[in-house]
Write a protein that binds this ligand. Structure first.
Ligand SMILES: *[C@@H]1O[C@H](CO)[C@@H](O)[C@H](O)[C@H]1NC(C)=O
Ligand SMILES: *[C@@H]1O[C@H](CO)[C@@H](O)[C@H](O)[C@H]1NC(C)=O
Ligand SMILES: *[C@@H]1O[C@H](CO)[C@@H](O)[C@H](O)[C@H]1NC(C)=O
Ligand SMILES: *[C@@H]1O[C@H](CO)[C@@H](O)[C@H](O)[C@H]1NC(C)=O
Length: 603
């Protein structure tokens, strides 16, 4: 098959000059040198601070050579962090060592993210517009120049069908729970909020990070409609003696519900789209209760404070709680590390670190973790298929938050990497992700690997670790350097017993940690008790856990709550084990009797 090789990377043996095109189309500058075209057949590479020199920034400086020989491969570091538990048990207990390692993780990761931000989809060179226009997602790698020959890429739908779509559910070996999957969805939608009126390169979430716009609304107008204006609280309704979000008809905020949803089921929350699945509405309800709970505490601490002061302080406390839970439980779970991660902004006070963040389009693309979603959802003794589950808030009120939490904690999510695990129900989202990354002129998967300090893959088999998958991928793309970012992440060989492959982690961790620690509340000016209403509020932030978040906001006993499906006990009775002899696949589950009550329309 003929391909226009001019766009494929320099490392490719098939390179030929891109006559008549922008010379930077061939991407001659290596090691993040910047290409500057000079007419149709000349260019210059700016190698400043890359650690390399020469026409194409390919000759390493002595210091670079030394560093690269001393620097261990990411796979080796990962191996060490996920093995030798006894060593980590000791290290985790020596605060000097734990702090030093955590500081190193934070700085080494976040230095991979350009801050201040540089490019965006319309600017492949530095410009004030790209820096200052917050409506754009930023870019970690500049888009491919516009006046280049068109890429000959496979049909997006075919890519999804051939290498991504689920054949049968593959459970995540890290035992990630749906409680995690919905947290991920809920948490990330505060900063991934593509503005489709403008196009895939634009975002509505102008806070570019953890601002809790998904709880309070992106605009001040929306926030005011959601607020009670009494004691700092948010509006709510009580059903069956429990607090739930108010109804759309009562607060008049826009929410995305299809017409068939009854007015009594249209809950209104910060994010317009959170009526989509009960898992999102569950978290929205929990955070609403948490907000009002913390308001009560602030009111007691500061009887003199007005509504506005209590609201604003509570918002900062909830931002702090979120970051604490995300680093110490969510990222901790994803990492699989035995090293105990620590949320402590003071670790960075001695470092060169920018307290600002801009969400990258690539971060949004890589966060498309739809393979986490199972084919159906088991809540108490009911099984819901996809179509019964979406836009169905009555599931939230009928089962109640406590039962939802326990059920989601017991159900295993799917594995993300390794290919062939994308639920059929969301294939449209995957096609869109591909089409958008093409419209935004993304560089290749291998280009991103190099950008984030990894070696480019040299063959399809090295990338996937699977002959059959490699063959399908090769049929689609022809050359390894043509594979695109999004499918690359989902077909990549998973790390041993892990949910993700190497690239997802090595790219995702920098964006994630930079976004969390770059928050204003982590800066020296903010990070002190008074910002959070005094010692009481500061303690709430510093002792926040997922379990407390849930259990302080429900009546009755504390349900099982975890980002990881509890081991042994539940696996013994799991459907997976029951059915493994019959060859049927189902997700890990609690109670074999549910099959008898199966009501899924999909079966
Ligand atoms: C720089 O890269 C171009 C291809 O893009 C190649 O033709 C040229 O030989 C390289 N120059 C050096 C000095 O490596
Ligand atoms: C860690 O230290 C605490 C007290 O400092 C001690 O109680 C605990 O047993 C130690 N744990 C390990 C695994 O060494
Ligand atoms: C940002 O850029 C877009 C696209 O060019 C434009 O429509 C918008 O007005 C800009 N925003 C601001 C605040 O200038
Ligand atoms: C929504 O969930 C309820 C259970 O709470 C169920 O009875 C109903 O059938 C579901 N709705 C749809 C449209 O599937």
């Amino acid at each position: 098959m003929h391909r226009v090789i001019c766009l494929v990377l320099l490392s490719s043996p098939w390179i030929f000059p891109c006559e008549g095109y922008n010379p930077c189309c061939a991407q001659p500058c290596q090691n993040q040198g910047v290409c500057l075209s000079k007419g149709a057949d000349a260019y210059e590479c700016d190698c400043t601070r890359t650690g390399y020199y020469g026409v194409n920034c390919t000759t390493p400086e002595v210091f670079t050579l030394l560093k690269s020989t001393l620097k261990p491969r990411p796979s080796l570091v990962h191996h060490f962090l996920t093995h030798y538990k006894w060593i980590w048990d000791i290290i985790n207990n020596i605060s000097y060592l734990r702090d030093t390692i955590m500081r190193y993780i934070l700085t080494s990761r976040s230095h991979l993210v350009d801050s201040p931000p540089t490019y965006n989809a319309d600017y492949d060179y530095k410009s004030w517009e790209a820096y200052a226009n917050l409506s754009y997602y930023t870019r970690s790698l500049a888009p491919l120049p516009k006046n280049c020959p068109a890429l000959d890429l496979p049909n997006a739908k075919q890519v999804v069908e051939k290498v991504l779509l689920r054949k049968q559910f593959i459970p995540d070996p890290q035992r990630t729970s749906l409680m995690f999957a919905f947290f991920a969805q809920h948490f990330s939608h505060q900063f991934f909020k593509t503005d489709f009126k403008k196009g895939p390169a634009f975002t509505e979430a102008l806070g570019h990070g953890v601002d809790l716009g998904h709880i309070y609304g992106e605009t001040l107008e929306r926030q005011h409609k959601l607020r009670l204006f009494k004691d700092g609280k948010l509006k709510y309704q009580v059903a069956d003696g429990e607090v739930y979000p108010p109804l759309v008809k009562d607060v008049q905020v826009e929410m995305h519900y299809p017409p068939h949803v009854s007015e009594e089921q249209k809950f209104a929350v910060g994010h317009e789209a959170f009526g989509l699945v009960p898992g999102l509405m569950m978290y929205a309800t929990i955070w609403l209760r948490e907000h009002n709970r913390v308001c009560e505490i602030m009111k007691q601490e500061h009887p003199d404070w007005n509504d506005e002061r209590i609201f604003q302080t509570t918002r900062l406390i909830l931002i702090g709680e979120t970051i604490k839970i995300v680093i110490e439980e969510y990222v901790q779970h994803l990492s699989g590390y035995h090293f105990k991660l620590k949320f402590d902004p003071e670790l960075l006070f001695s470092q060169r670190f920018q307290y600002q963040n801009r969400i990258a389009a690539e971060f949004n693309t890589l966060y498309h973790w739809h393979p986490l979603m199972p084919d159906n959802f088991q809540i108490q003794n009911q099984v819901y298929g996809h179509h019964q589950f979406i836009f169905n808030n009555s599931i939230v009120t009928e089962h109640g938050i406590s039962n939802l939490v326990e059920s989601f904690t017991k159900q295993r999510a799917g594995r993300v990497a390794g290919g062939w695990n994308l639920p059929v129900a969301v294939q449209g989202v995957a096609v869109k992700a591909l089409e958008h990354s093409r419209a935004m002129r993304y560089q290749s998967f291998n280009a991103y690997r190099k950008r984030f300090n990894m070696k480019a893959y040299s063959s399809f088999e090295e990338m996937t670790g699977d002959k059959e998958l490699a063959a399908e991928l090769e049929k689609l793309y022809g050359h390894i350097d043509a594979v695109e970012l999004y499918p690359g992440l989902l077909v990549e060989k998973p790390r041993p017993n892990a949910v993700f492959g190497e690239t997802m982690v090595e790219m995702g961790a920098p964006y994630s940690l930079k976004g969390l620690m770059g928050n204003a509340i982590c800066s020296p000016e903010y990070w002190m008790p008074s910002t959070f209403g005094g010692k009481v509020g500061f303690d709430i932030v510093n002792t926040a856990t997922l379990k407390k978040l849930v259990c302080l906001n429900i009546k009755g006993p504390c349900p099982m709550v975890s980002f990881q499906v509890p081991d042994v006990k539940y696996q013994k009775t799991s459907l997976e084990n029951v059915n493994s002899s019959t060859g049927h696949s189902t997700q890990n589950n609690i109670n074999p009797t549910v099959v008898l009550r199966e009501r899924s329309s999909e079966l």
